[in-house]
Design a protein around this ligand. Sequence first.
Ligand SMILES: Cc1cc2nc3c(=O)[nH]c(=O)nc-3n(C[C@H](O)[C@H](O)[C@H](O)COP(=O)(O)OP(=O)(O)OC[C@H]3O[C@@H](n4cnc5c(N)ncnc54)[C@H](O)[C@@H]3O)c2cc1C
Length: 348
Amino acid sequence: MPPPSSSIAVIGAGIAGLSCARTLRAAGHAVTLFDKGRGPGGRLSSRRAPGAIVDLGAQYFTARDPAFQAELAGWLDRGLVKRWPTSLWRIDAQGWQPHRDDHPRYCATPRMSALTRHLAEGLTLTAGARILGLERLLDGWFLEDDQQRRHGPFRRVAISVPAPQAEALVATQDDTLAEACRGIEQSPCWAGYALFDAPLPDLPGVARDWQAAFVNAGPLRFVSRNHLKPGRDKQGESLTLLATAEWSQAWLEQPAEQVADALYMAFLEQLPANALPAAPRLLAAHRWRYAQPLSAAPGPGFCLGAHGLALCGDGWLGPRVEDAWCSGRRLAQHWLTQPGSDQQAVTG
Ligand SMILES: Cc1cc2nc3c(=O)[nH]c(=O)nc-3n(C[C@H](O)[C@H](O)[C@H](O)COP(=O)(O)OP(=O)(O)OC[C@H]3O[C@@H](n4cnc5c(N)ncnc54)[C@H](O)[C@@H]3O)c2cc1C
């Protein structure tokens, strides 16, 4: 039996799509999420390796927005997220120094993707479905996936994928949305990771349990020790090594093995010669082609097209997890409070 015509499709089960879907679902709408990945998460993804779980995308998140702070309070109560890192450092020309600022940071336990798994609970998600095209017929929107399956009809479709990927989906359907997508540039990020058989040697003048460091030198911008995140105490030493946007752009098409070597060498350069670790037992890298928006579109935090088609995600509000969550929620709230607004095109 086809879904009711009031049903809503959400393409992309990252944190924006999930917050959009949850808000709509809580108001009684029939929502179906689609994601090309094996599960939800998007850029909050984690990789399981022997003896370690490595966060490959966002390493932590902040909470500046009041609505996100309220949601975070519930996650903290349930033990889903914890404060992290609490031992944060900065590496620059002066060496290693403690980094302190006014932003508490949090991560999900026991891995980043546990948060999006939790948010997906109770929602209808079709995973492993890359949506290739949309078509609007008299009875609503239909989606076509990469396995020649057709889904629909849907009265509304929220597209919560990075803007360059969204552009490909809306190009034949909505010129205004396609144009808005072209205005958002997403910077890439190579994420290297290294697993070790033994803990890193202690560093002179640095806390033994340093958890993460901003790097202001060379190709790296952030280093994090996954096994020192909450809930991972049984895991061995593992590092995530995030490259700067500029370096990632320059190395975008290089083989992952070479990238991993280069990022690990860059990390070793930040260590004194007498504190070098033994060679990692696994060294690899993951490429994020659309890691974070360079600037977000000004506007309400989402982009509304015609006939119930809309865009949300970090590109429409800001480059952080909390922006993506707020963007999805704001789009859902807009649809809930202004149900007749489908025909007007409001760009961000
Ligand atoms: C390396 C890295 C480090 C970061 N560090 C931080 C940080 O420290 N703090 C912070 O707050 N934020 C950080 N971010 C940014 C943060 O991760 C993102 O802003 C946020 O996760 C974006 O969520 P989203 O739902 O908008 O998009 P995504 O998480 O990208 O979700 C989009 C989803 O759409 C799916 N998809 C794409 N195309 C299709 C298609 N055609 N059909 C079906 N599904 C599709 C994808 O599989 C994905 O699951 C970082 C990101 C990266 C990559």
